[in-house]
Write a protein that binds this ligand. Structure first.
Ligand SMILES: [Mn+2]
Length: 436
């Protein structure tokens, strides 16, 4: 691209964002208006701010990685038109924050059409809302519904939706019902970005094996991993990293990473970074001392076997709910082998399920993309070019053993491809690397 790169990552092909808008136009009814907003910069305390993360749907359709921006899509029988609004620079923002994107740059980044589309400044927002809502039948806004979303703080999209409701305007539609099916199937540029995030995560993990030893602090490993990742130009963790030694690995979302690693303990690393807003999500477990105990090896191998079993099931047409049940069933067998469940308990279906959930209490897979737990419809069968995690675990509190092994896979026409196949996972490989 003939423009200065304003972000740390390599520019993503603008063609992706144009194609995404085109795919949305194809499913949008005639005489529709889409109004989508960038995320805000969230405040912390006093005049402090949290780091900026772009609204995923807005980014998916524009490639614009900046706040105070909006996108209008106008579909009529005669045209599919995009109107992109971005923040205007002024002397104060130039002094404090640097120059904002200009209209020409925004047009290039989003591949807006020279003639048909419009790129303008955010000052035009109110006027454009009035102009288009008055002439078009249906207004689509992003409800940002997620079963586990925290709605305590409203995003710009939610504020807009709520303000429409307060004005007595209730006749709007949820854009995510159209976008979720599109986002579930990854475009080639997205697959490349996720592969890049995976590669950075994997190389940081491999490097960290040289420093993991008894008496190192979990926080030291965290900072080392981030250092390695940022050397490769990622901007941030994909999620708050879990660096959990010993019993802490049995707390699924342990994030304080404040304890000292002890000889004989296992260390669980659930880590990943972003690349151009796409994410990787990996979990590995290593022995602090460099060697697994016989019992740790046995449990570790059982989890790895479940991961391989799960991967063998994944292919187009699979329903995640059935897949989860099959994995629970396989895990129950492994729990018998590990003497965590008796044969009698295994034979009783109710007891078997309860006991299995005691040691394995979360889902095996989730979709991965612009969101770490990416948007999806559980009832949709898998299709080629979806990307999922595969992350079975066995957590035995009474033995201070918590093992989860997580990889990221691409669904292919015949099955799935492990995108982390080059990142060490076999017991002997991990031990060899830690002792070399
Ligand atoms: Mn995960």
């Amino acid at each position: 691209m003939m423009m200065e790169n304003y972000l740390r990552y390599d520019p993503v092909s603008p063609e992706l964002f144009r194609r995404n808008r085109q795919r949305l136009f194809e499913v949008l009814p005639d005489n529709s208006l889409v109004i989508l907003h960038a995320n805000d910069i969230m405040p912390s305390n006093a005049d402090g701010q949290l780091g900026f993360i772009q609204q995923s749907n807005f980014y998916y359709l524009t490639g614009i990685d900046a706040p105070k921006a909006a996108l209008f899509l106008i579909k009529t029988p005669s045209e599919n038109k995009s109107v992109l609004l971005i923040e205007k620079s002024n002397p104060t923002t130039v002094l404090w924050e640097g120059r904002k994107l200009n209209l020409n740059q925004a047009q290039q980044l989003s591949a807006c059409d020279d003639d048909l589309d419009e790129v303008t400044t955010f000052d035009e927002y109110e006027a454009l809302v009035i102009k288009y809502t008055s002439v078009l039948d249906s207004v689509w806004v992003d409800f940002e519904e997620h079963s586990r979303a925290d709605k305590l703080v409203e995003t710009r999209n939610q504020r807009y939706k709520n303000s429409l409701q307060k004005q007595g305007f209730t006749d709007f539609l949820d854009l995510s019902t159209l976008l979720i099916p599109l986002r579930m199937v990854k475009q080639p540029e997205e697959i490349e970005a996720i592969k890049k995030a995976i590669q950075i995560t994997g190389s940081a993990f491999k490097a960290s094996l040289a420093i993991i030893k008894p008496n190192i602090g979990e926080w030291e490993i965290e900072s080392y991993l981030l250092h390695q990742m940022q050397n490769h130009r990622t901007r941030r963790w994909a999620f708050t990293p879990i660096v959990a030694s010993g019993l802490s690995a049995c707390t699924l979302h342990y994030v304080s990473n404040h304890q000292v690693c002890k000889s004989g303990d296992l260390l669980l690393l659930d880590i990943g970074c972003e690349w151009a807003n796409w994410n990787s999500d990996m979990t590995r477990v290593v022995p602090v001392s460099g060697s697994f105990t016989p019992r740790q090896k046995k449990v570790y191998q059982a989890v790895l076997d479940i991961q391989n079993y799960a991967k063998s099931l994944l292919k187009p047409g699979v329903l995640l709910e059935e897949y989860q049940a099959q994995n629970m069933q396989y895990t129950a067998k492994k729990l018998v082998e590990l003497e965590l469940m008796s044969r009698a308990e295994y034979m009783n279906e109710t007891v078997r399920l309860t006991k299995t959930k005691k040691y394995f209490m979360h889902g095996v897979s989730h979709h991965l993309g612009l969101d770490v737990h990416d948007v999806n419809y559980m009832s949709e069968p898998l299709q080629a070019n979806m990307i999922l995690t595969v992350e079975p675990g066995i957590y035995i509190e009474e033995e201070s053993i918590g093992i989860r092994l997580e990889t990221n896979v691409l669904i292919t026409l015949q099955g799935c491809e492990d995108l982390m196949q080059d990142i060490p996972i076999d017991i002997d490989v991990i031990e060899k690397l830690m002792n070399s």
